[in-house]
Write a protein that binds this ligand. Structure first.
Ligand code: LLP
Length: 472
């Protein structure tokens, strides 16, 4: 029996039967509660993690990342084999990149997609074979491109006519040959359930379809460049297959035309596979998506009488998102009486928009659970907020949490593995939290947390203690 919903609750939020439950879709598979009711992930309890590493803390379940990486590779391998082709899976490092995570995904047979010189250096420092790296970006500098060509990245996804000329000069200077994809705009823009298809999309990435053929023609004239094929990324947090299908069909039209001028060995359909952030999200399983997308491509090829090209995909969020859980400590709670008489409980935690900007940036919805114990009170509609000096500093907009929540309790926010740490800031001079990987009951820092000294270190007006001492 569900209790009555709070009048301030959005329609999609149900009152949980058990306010301590851990809904499978949003927690790592290893998540459970121990005999004391504390949250345990990969055999490590939330209180012990908080005690050892402090809060806020981003915890990554290594097995969850590895399993998802493996599932992607196996699903696309199987779907490709069924359709007489092959598929490469690149992990989109922008979702979360550190040398440790790069090694995990490579170990599981993935390649790595980077989109800046910085991300490229992380992948190289991790020992990722340059040939397994794809390099993205709409404004790669000459220095970044030169570094990429010099180390021998497997592919560069070119985004503009200017970039093609930069690469012509660089490959000539270095006497190198570089494989390149041409990033095309299919006009399909997809987000969650729907997609929008337009002929002319008003955005910064890639070549409009009608200009992509000219870009390919120019690439074919340049001795140092070798065409890999077309690339397209239609959006992020996509649940259905329809957007991918429409985009692939539009790209195949051009792909078939390009074949008349020479080989076009690959087709890269980008990333964007959606995951559940709350209990109402219901993304299509990756095995199903992989099967449907690849067979749509194969059907499109059959209809045009061409061979199915080798395929490539670039999932980020769907590999790392659900593996991440952020632990916070509750600092204060406050019941705010609104004009309507409704009461909203504000729960303030020791992090916020500096470690997860997604609610503030995109209105992203999350969930939360009491992690240090099981709550005994009734579910109370709560808004979890951070410690920043800004009213939009929301961590979880709407969640039912136990009424007996008190300062000192630990809260866990799941699905923070993707696009949280990479978007972190030092807003209000708050140090960025550490990232800890856990597996088989063991925890290891993979990105150290910042100290206040780190945060102050860039302020050129602070006189180092040694200088002050010397002047005295
Ligand atoms: N490939 C390309 C060319 C991309 O631009 C992206 C994401 C991906 C792959 C990976 O997409 P994924 O599989 O992770 O959805 N900060 C936003 C998401 C930005 C996505 C940017 N591009 C967020 O937090 O929702």
């Amino acid at each position: 029996m569900h209790s009555a919903a709070d009048s301030l609750a959005p329609d999609w939020l149900v009152v949980p039967e058990d306010v301590n439950d851990l809904v499978t879709a949003v927690w790592p598979a290893s998540a459970r509660r121990d005999a004391d009711g504390a949250l345990v992930i990969a055999g490590v309890s939330a209180p012990s993690l908080a005690q050892t590493f402090g809060t806020p803390l981003l915890v990554l379940d290594e097995d969850e990342v590895r399993t998802r990486a493996r599932t992607f590779r196996e699903s696309f391998d199987a779907a490709a084999a069924e359709n007489g082709t092959t598929a490469q899976v690149y992990y989109a490092g922008k979702a979360f990149l550190s040398t440790t995570v790069a090694r995990w995904v490579v170990d599981e047979g993935l390649r790595v997609d980077v989109c800046t010189g910085g991300e490229l250096e992380v992948a190289l420092a991790a020992g990722v074979a340059p040939a397994s790296i794809g390099f993205h970006g709409n404004n790669k500098s000459t220095a970044e491109l030169e570094r990429a060509v010099e180390v021998g990245v497997g592919s560069i996804i070119v985004d503009s006519a200017i970039e093609i000329e930069r690469l012509a000069a660089i490959t000539a200077r270095l006497d190198a040959t570089q494989r390149v994809f041409v990033r095309a705009i299919s006009g399909v823009h997809a987000e969650t359930h729907d997609f929008l298809a337009t002929a002319h999309e008003d955005q910064k990435f890639g070549f409009p379809l009608e200009d992509a053929a000219a870009a390919v023609a120019r690439i074919r004239e340049i001795p140092g460049l070798e065409l890999a094929g077309l690339h397209c990324h239609i959006g992020s947090q996509i649940f259905g297959v329809a957007g991918f299908r429409e985009s692939a069909s539009r790209l195949l039209e051009l792909h078939a035309e390009l074949l008349e001028g020479g080989p076009v060995p690959q087709l890269n359909l980008g990333g964007g596979f959606g995951i559940a952030y709350t209990r109402v999200d219901d993304p299509t399983p990756i095995q199903t998506l992989a099967g449907e997308i690849v067979s749509a491509v194969a059907e499109g090829c059959a209809a045009r009488g061409i061979d199915v090209p080798a395929l490539a995909f670039e999932p980020g969020r769907a590999i790392i998102g659900t593996a991440g859980v952020t632990l916070y400590e509750v600092g204060t709670t406050k019941d705010v009486v609104l004009e309507s008489g409704a009461v909203r409980r504000y729960v303030s935690v020791d992090g916020g928009m500096s470690d997860n900007a997604r609610p503030a940036l995109y209105g992203a919805q999350y969930s939360a659970r009491l992690a240090s114990r099981t709550g005994i009170g009734a579910p109370q509609l709560s808004r979890v907020v951070g410690k920043h000096c800004e009213s939009g500093d929301i961590v979880v907009d709407h969640e039912y949490l136990p009424e007996d929540l008190v300062p000192g309790d630990l809260l866990a926010v799941p699905v923070t593995g993707a696009y949280c740490a990479p978007l972190a800031s030092n807003y209000n001079h708050v140090p960025r939290p550490p990232v800890v990987a856990i597996r088989d009951g063991r925890a290891q820092v993979i990105v150290r947390g910042e100290t206040i000294a780190d945060v102050l270190a860039r302020d050129a007006g602070i006189v180092p203690a040694s200088v002050v001492t010397a002047e005295r």
